[in-house]
Design a protein around this ligand. Structure first.
Ligand code: M6R
Length: 364
């Protein structure tokens, strides 16, 4: 059942502190403060390049992972959506690592890419939520998200648990590649161990986000902005809003605004900014100032330091708890899910079964 919630989606959003903790505990040793992946049939220190392939929300988890793997493990990453990868026919090196991310493990485009990579001699590692899925069966190795069954068509807890697995994989890869010493690993894993408690704290912003949803529900178009690992969260926010509220939304890298989309800005367009205070914050802040100067209705998701440093007054601000920038994309996914959920409820759509969509897309 829905555990007392009105929709499966809301139940699944609220399960996140628990399932994130379960997923992490399967890979984290609290005594040694280290990450231990289940045994893999290949050595991570041999990995020279990672090819990431997924669709939809899972592809945004892959995008976050690209930032992590490149900046922390210093291994180059290619990234594609399943439907583009094969037909692009990229040159692939036998022995390279291909990483597939899928909640269902049945998505046709991702599965076809997996079969293509296997035929080319790549090592295929899948991150799936359904342990007995086709992708799990056909991969050389599998890491599972312990999100439990996800019923809502809009993916929520599968996404945040994918990020947890990808964060652990990044740490293990960085260590294997000699890019992370014990202190570095302890710092990153400390950030990860705090995620379940922070996620629970962030759920308490539900009412604030519901109030803001009223304004978003009146809009025809909505923009989401973020930089660095907040950029894929902007894309995810826009996807979530489109699929369940049917409002047109776009996610942009904050720095791309001035290259075109800023022309859309007026007082009718809500601009949702995902801006945890991190090394890129001031850049994002100056993009927000440009939006505010043009009358844009900014909904600012940051922490208290970010709100202090912004320099302009947004239409709405949500002052979230301060979090380690490494894990910020995991946590900032939650307000974005809640906002889309409340907008959809206001719009009266079928939240768990939005029109034209299937939970698992088994055709190309
Ligand atoms: O099962 P998968 O993770 O492979 O599914 C991929 C996409 O179809 C899925 O994430 C889709 O975009 C969701 N409806 C997003 O909420």
């Amino acid at each position: 059942g829905k555990g007392g919630h009105r929709h499966y989606m809301l139940k699944e959003i609220y399960e996140q502190p628990q399932v994130i903790g379960d997923t992490l505990n399967a890979m984290f040793n609290p005594v040694e403060r280290t990450i231990t992946l289940p045994p893999l049939p290949f050595a991570l220190d041999d990995v020279e390049r990672v090819t990431l392939i997924a669709c939809g929300t899972s592809s945004y988890a892959a995008m976050v992972a690209r930032y992590w793997i490149e900046s922390i493990a210093r291994v180059p990453v290619d990234l594609d959506v399943g439907s583009e990868f094969r037909y692009r026919d990229p040159p692939l090196q036998a022995g390279g690592l291909a990483l597939f991310i899928s909640q269902s493990g049945e998505t046709a485009d991702t599965l076809a890419a997996l079969r293509h990579c296997k035929a080319k001699g790549l090592r295929c590692l899948s991150i799936v939520n359904v342990a007995e899925s086709t992708m799990a069966r056909e991969s050389d190795a599998v890491l599972t998200t312990l999100a439990g069954p996800e019923i809502g068509v809009a993916s929520t807890k599968a996404f945040t648990t994918q990020l947890v697995v990808l964060a652990c994989l990044t740490i293990a890869l960085a260590r294997a590649k000699g890019q992370l010493d014990a202190d570095g690993e302890a710092r990153l894993s400390k950030g990860l161990t705090e995620v379940p408690a922070r996620a629970a704290e962030i759920l308490k912003y539900d009412e604030d986000l519901r109030a803001i949803a009223q304004t978003v529900a009146e809009a025809r178009d909505v923009l989401y902005l973020g930089r660095g690992t907040a950029f894929p969260i902007a894309l995810e926010g826009a996807l979530k809003l489109k699929e369940i509220s049917y409002i047109h939304a776009e996610g942009y890298a904050a720095g791309e605004m001035k290259h075109g989309p800023i022309a859309l800005i007026d007082e009718t367009v809500p601009v949702i900014v995902i801006a945890p205070s991190d090394g890129l914050f001031d850049k994002t802040a100056s993009n927000v100032q440009e939006v505010v100067a043009r009358g844009g209705k900014v909904i600012f998701l940051s922490d208290s330091e970010g709100n202090r440093r912004l320099g302009v007054t947004p239409a709405f601000s949500v002052v979230l708890p301060a979090v380690d920038p490494f894990v910020a994309p995991i946590l900032y996914a939650i307000p974005v899910q809640l906002l889309a959920y409340h907008v959809a409820v206001i719009k009266g759509t079928d939240v768990d079964q939005p029109r034209n969509l299937a939970k698992s897309v088994t055709v190309e």
